[in-house]
Design a protein around this ligand. Structure first.
Ligand code: ADP
Ligand code: MG
Length: 271
């Protein structure tokens, strides 16, 4: 999707689902690592006060002097907030618990929905030569998530392969529609990715069938399997691709990255 008004603009993808524990942060970290592997430069914006994405890429708390909170509410320059990680070409704006008060503090700001949008469009962003920005959203449809959707080109939705998975999706899609109407008419759905998929489990297959029937083309061909290496990797502060490169989890995130990168080059964006 070449946008002539933003020749060097990175593609911005918000990873969102108001349910917790569905694989948002895992997808942010590992999709980012997989995009880096195929030659892209990627920034993760940690927008969750839990800061799991920051921890997951090995960012120590002493390196979180400036955080996404400062970017949103203290007008801290990008150059102060963006941190390198142990992985070359993978950058992050880290989060700490101070982000938990951001929602309340943003409410009175007249640009409250545009704070992340504006922060990521500072001219200084060009110096980072980014190809992708992945925003790891908190588990809610709060103002932080709305900021992510207003800032983004598209929304990627991890869907846990379990009962009631599709419940809550309509609420999320409603928020996407509202953001389109009020602030970001170009916002697209990047796709829905099934996570923690267990092939031996009937329920996983049923959820997949249900998702593909209801959402059709929106569902990525790639499904992310439940894989113990994926869940172990964060305790080593590494993406699974670095922790166990040959694991099924790593292979799946590589396949997802290929699907997203392909779409990027062919310009075929699912709606
Ligand atoms: P969210 O960010 O949506 O709250 P997380 O990405 O933190 O969800 O995932 C919740 C938990 O599930 C974490 O402990 C994570 O390690 C684990 N997890 C996520 N995806 C997988 C997977 N494919 N296989 C095994 N464990 C996973
Ligand atoms: Mg998370």
């Amino acid at each position: 999707m070449f946008d002539p008004s933003r020749p060097q603009a990175p593609k911005i993808i918000a990873i969102a689902n108001q349910k917790g524990g569905v694989g948002k942060t895992t997808t942010a970290i590992n999709l980012a690592a997989a995009l880096v592997e195929i030659g892209h430069r990627v920034l993760i914006v940690d927008l969750d006060p839990q800061g799991n994405a920051s921890t997951g890429v090995g960012l120590l708390s002493e390196n979180r002097a400036f955080t996404t909170y400062d970017l949103l509410l203290d007008e801290a320059p990008l150059s102060e907030v963006v941190q390198a990680t142990s992985i070359q070409d993978l950058l992050i704006t880290p989060a700490t618990t101070d982000l938990s008060s951001a929602d309340m503090e943003m409410v009175s700001n007249e640009k409250r929905s545009f704070l992340l949008h504006d922060a990521l469009r500072q001219p200084a962003i060009d110096a980072f030569e980014l190809d992708f920005i992945l925003i790891d959203c908190p588990p809610s449809l709060s103002l932080l998530t709305v900021n992510a959707m207003v800032a983004a080109d598209s929304v990627l939705v991890p869907l846990q392969s379990e009962f009631f998975a599709l419940e809550g999706l309509s609420q999320l899609m409603l928020t996407v529609r509202e953001v389109r109407q009020s602030a970001n008419p170009k916002l697209r759905i990047e796709g829905v990715v099934l996570t923690m998929y267990d092939q031996r489990n009937n329920l996983s297959r049923l959820v997949e069938e249900d998702a593909r029937q209801n959402l059709g083309e929106l569902v990525f061909r790639t499904v992310i399997p439940r894989n113990v290496r994926i869940s172990e990797a964060p305790s080593y502060a590494l993406p699974v691709l670095e922790y166990d490169s040959a694991s099924k989890g790593s292979q799946a995130y590589r396949a997802l990255a290929m699907e997203i990168a392909e779409k990027q080059t062919t310009g075929g964006v699912k709606q």
